[in-house]
Design a protein around this ligand. Structure first.
Ligand SMILES: NC(=O)c1ccc[n+]([C@@H]2O[C@H](COP(=O)([O-])OP(=O)(O)OC[C@H]3O[C@@H](n4cnc5c(N)ncnc54)[C@H](OP(=O)(O)O)[C@@H]3O)[C@@H](O)[C@H]2O)c1
Length: 253
């Protein structure tokens, strides 16, 4: 792995680990909860191949994905990502959990799943095998029967009335002490956070593939007419073989 920007340098495995696990300066300076997203896309912008992201990645990407997840206070995902990607219960290996304990973090962060419909099977491994009770973030009008079923295996919390209130979601997580909010998508969730101006950091792996077809981008959702696109600043570029790992942060205000 090579760092291209800033300060070009070849990175050993230990140096990569150090780089990705160290709290970023922007994060340390922020006086509000920090929301980061991690995505992978092909060079022609596809966020999936055959409906999942797995074929876009390789062992380098898996390593970066795991390290970025390792420092999270909470891992946030949209329900469709859970349904499509098949999340398991334990999201960190033994070594990562030991590292967290050594660094004054709970050994395992909880998973927080955003779902308006609550169309999630309480028998899924994300619930039954979770080392920490998951959160399900939903809307006030979600079906009562599903709410009751999911309450057996998770904390079900309203974060909006008719539609998702991103600020309320972030406040809810921060109120539980989760200030380092790490999201692994998907595109609908990123679209909502982008529209609300709550994306502090976006890590994007550019996979050297031309996918073609009609796969979606890493963000989608409503974009109001006249709504400004938001600028982000490039904070880091890593490279392994032909794969790029870009880190963008929200400019300081
Ligand atoms: N390339 C990558 O890095 C990457 C990363 C993650 C996912 N993916 C891919 O993305 C695809 C899924 O895309 P997606 O956009 O549907 O994923 P998503 O954002 O994970 O899930 C969408 C679902 O999450 C809930 N949700 C998210 N935002 C919401 C909002 N603002 N209001 C209410 N509910 C909200 C809803 O759940 P309910 O339907 O339960 O109401 C919604 O249907 C999958 O194919 C997955 O493999 C790719």
């Amino acid at each position: 792995m090579e760092r291209i920007f800033p300060d070009p340098e070849m990175l050993s495995s230990a140096a990569l680990e150090h780089e990705l696990l160290a709290a970023a300066p922007e994060h340390r300076r922020s006086n509000r909860p920090w929301v980061s997203f991690n995505f992978i896309a092909s060079i022609d912008g596809a966020a999936t191949v055959d409906g999942r992201s797995g074929q876009l990645g390789n062992p380098w990407d898996l390593r970066v994905f795991s390290l970025l997840r390792q420092t999270a206070d909470v891992i946030l995902v949209g329900a469709q990502t859970v349904r499509a990607e098949g999340y398991g219960g334990e999201l960190l290996g033994a070594e990562a959990q030991a590292w967290r304990s050594d660094n004054w973090l709970d050994p395992h962060p909880p998973l927080a799943i955003v779902s308006g419909s609550l169309n999630l099977d309480p028998g899924l491994e994300v619930f039954t095998q979770a080392p920490v009770r998951p959160l399900v973030l939903t809307l006030a009008g979600a079906p009562q029967e599903r709410r009751e079923a999911l309450s057996q295996v998770s904390d079900v919390v309203n974060v909006g009335e008719a539609s998702l209130d991103v600020d309320r979601l972030v406040d809810e997580l921060a109120g539980r002490g989760y200030r380092n909010i790490h999201s692994e998508g998907g595109p609908t969730l990123l679209g909502s956070f982008a529209a609300a101006g709550r994306v502090d950091e976006l890590n994007l792996t550019v996979s050297p593939l031309l996918v073609g077809g009609d796969a979606g981008r890493i963000a989608h959702g409503s974009h109001g007419e006249g709504e400004a696109a938001r600028s982000m600043e490039l904070a880091r570029v890593l490279k392994a073989d032909s794969m790029l790992f870009l880190r963008y942060v929200r400019p300081a205000q």
